[in-house]
Design a protein around this ligand. Sequence first.
Ligand code: PLP
Length: 384
Amino acid sequence: MIYLDHAATTPLDPAALQAMLPWLQGEVGNPASDHAWGHAARAAVERARGQVAALLGAQPEEIVWTSGATESNNLAIKGALEFRGLRGAHLVTARTEHKSVVDSVRQMESQGLRVSWLKPDAQGLIMVEQVLAALAPDTALVSLMWVNNETGTINPVEALAPRLRERGILFHVDAVQAAGKLPIDLSRAPIDLLSLSAHKLYGPQGIGALFVRKRPRARLSPQLHGGGHEQGMRSGTLPTHQIAGFGEACRVAGERLAEEGARLAALRDHLQQRLQQVLPGLHLNGHPQDRVPGILNLSFEGVEGESLRASLGDLAVSSGSACSSATREPSYVLRALGRDDELAGASLRFSLGRGTTAAEVDRAAARVIEAVGALRGIAGAGSA
Ligand code: PLP
């Protein structure tokens, strides 16, 4: 098995597992309880909060725990708009956002929100000037992802943030595919709300966070009501084991960021060159430079997407994102970049990670070359 699907989910880091184990084996205590057991759990939660904040250049009290980035994105978008009572206001976002943003926005749109859905350029980029041009006098929120999960393209969110701040417009960033891959410093970038997911950076599944800026304060209406946890923004008993694992995963990701980024970029470039040397008719989906190190998305001319994926054997890659590939529709992200249905359908996303070796990349390249060659041979024979 060659696992090149790290943008879908990553294996648990051993240090994260170690941080989780005591809370799964014997330790007991609700972090909200006022006794020694509760205090110990609370201490673990607060330590992790500091670790997540440190990865972002944020303050610990700006981190709100959620069940994952789907919830973080829902809370940021619906929570910010509902708090301001601006359901009939205006929002700017992009067509290439993750489904959890797209569908949260659509939900608000059905209740009267006006939305500008920006179209990216052919390489998946949303430009600063394009966002500014879409603003209206009543724009309440801009939601733009830092890194696209399918193409790896990096949007200029750090350049955009001060331009929105000076206009008093709230800025939400889905940073799921950026955190632990790119340096993030929220003490410098005036982003108001930022979503994270642990399982994309070698933490456990089912835990995420929303950064909610304190100064100036970004205010949200809660989407889950109950015991008033997380400063009233997100009720529910905190899962100490998952939070401890998430925190530790962030610590490790921060330590390894630069070195791992350089290693993955070299492996990714090698994979791309190897495929391009041998196979004609390849199209890069995404930006050739402005992309994260670990993601390579290619479309293959003259093959049928479903057959291509079926012939890859034990090579784990994605077409589209894991969440939307259940629908078996050509990726809406690649369609937004201008790819036709055929090329959008015949695409593979390779996402490399910590465990990926040069030998695996070579084997993966050989497998794809063989599969594409065989399918093109069949297609050629059929049309002759
Ligand atoms: N945003 C992006 C860019 C993602 O890649 C994902 C995961 O696929 C999510 C949000 C949702 O994250 P989670 O799985 O934590 O709900």
